[in-house]
Design a protein around this ligand. Structure first.
Ligand SMILES: [Mn+2]
Length: 265
């Protein structure tokens, strides 16, 4: 079993600051009372990697977010409901669900803030879709209904909405090795991942490149083509895999490491 290389140190000799990592949250829809919430697996994974998670609920007003943003050193966009397809010029598919205008607006704004201010950004599941749409890309609103593998159109896509436990890998992912940030971070070019998404990237947003795929061709990883910037997104849920998979830990360690550097510049 490979050693999982975490530093739990929040400060080094009293000099290094632990980085503050903004974490987007979900929001209940059509429920009273309305609630903002996030799976604790994200918070544990960030803390295990040495970061301090700071929740960013959609209810934050612009002024509060502006103040808070200046204090943040990194950003994690979490999983959740679907993005309003109007954001990428599409009619709404019947399978599209849990759309929150407030959450879309907050998170798309956060993507632009992160790019403008060069804040390290790690996007997970819905998060990678948000980054893509923020940069002008589009989505398959329902993989099972809309996606066909161009390499073999007779092939049905894999089941990407697993019913197995969240920490159980259910499909393979191949990562582009040559010169990709994701390949370097993961330390592996083939891995087994969990899958809890019924949507996926269709056309890529500006400045993004695809760097990982499921065996059916679904895009499972992207990063900014400008390799000097830390913008990395994965379609799976590494926060659920950190107890069993060093590659999942590496993703959080990389984000927190970049954020720590920025915090201590
Ligand atoms: Mn998948």
């Amino acid at each position: 079993m490979p050693q999982i290389g975490y530093s739990r140190t929040l400060c080094y000799a009293g000099r290094m600051l632990a980085p503050l990592i903004g974490v987007s949250t979900s929001i209940t829809l059509d429920k009273d009372p309305e609630r903002a919430y996030v799976n604790t697996a994200y918070l544990r994974a960030i803390q295990e990697a040495g970061g301090i998670p700071v929740l960013l609920p959609p209810q934050l007003d612009e002024a509060a977010l502006g103040v808070l943003w200046k204090r943040l050193d990194g950003l994690v966009l979490t999983g959740g409901g679907d993005i309003d397809p109007a954001r990428f010029g599409d009619e709404r598919h019947h399978a599209t669900c849990e759309v929150s205008e407030a959450r879309d607006a907050l998170e798309i704004g956060l993507v632009h803030r992160a790019l403008d201010d060069d804040v390290p950004l790690f996007a997970i599941c819905r998060g990678v879709q948000v980054v893509n749409v923020a940069l002008g890309g589009s989505l398959y609103q329902d993989i099972a209904d809309q996606y066909r593998d161009t390499a073999d159109p007779t092939h049905k896509p894999l089941p990407h909405s697993q019913t197995e436990p969240r920490d159980q890998p259910t499909h393979a992912v191949k990562v582009m090795g040559e010169g990709t940030r994701l390949g370097k971070i993961l330390g592996a070019l083939e891995l087994e991942v969990n899958s809890m998404h019924h949507q996926a990237i269709k056309t890529l947003g500006r400045g993004l490149r695809e760097v990982a795929w499921a065996p059916d061709g679904i895009i499972e990883g992207v990063e900014l083509a400008d390799g000097n910037r830390f913008v990395v997104g994965v379609q799976w849920h590494p926060e659920e895999l950190v107890a069993r998979d060093p590659a999942a830990c590496n993703l959080f360690a990389a984000l927190v490491g970049e954020a720590r550097e920025r915090a201590n510049r």
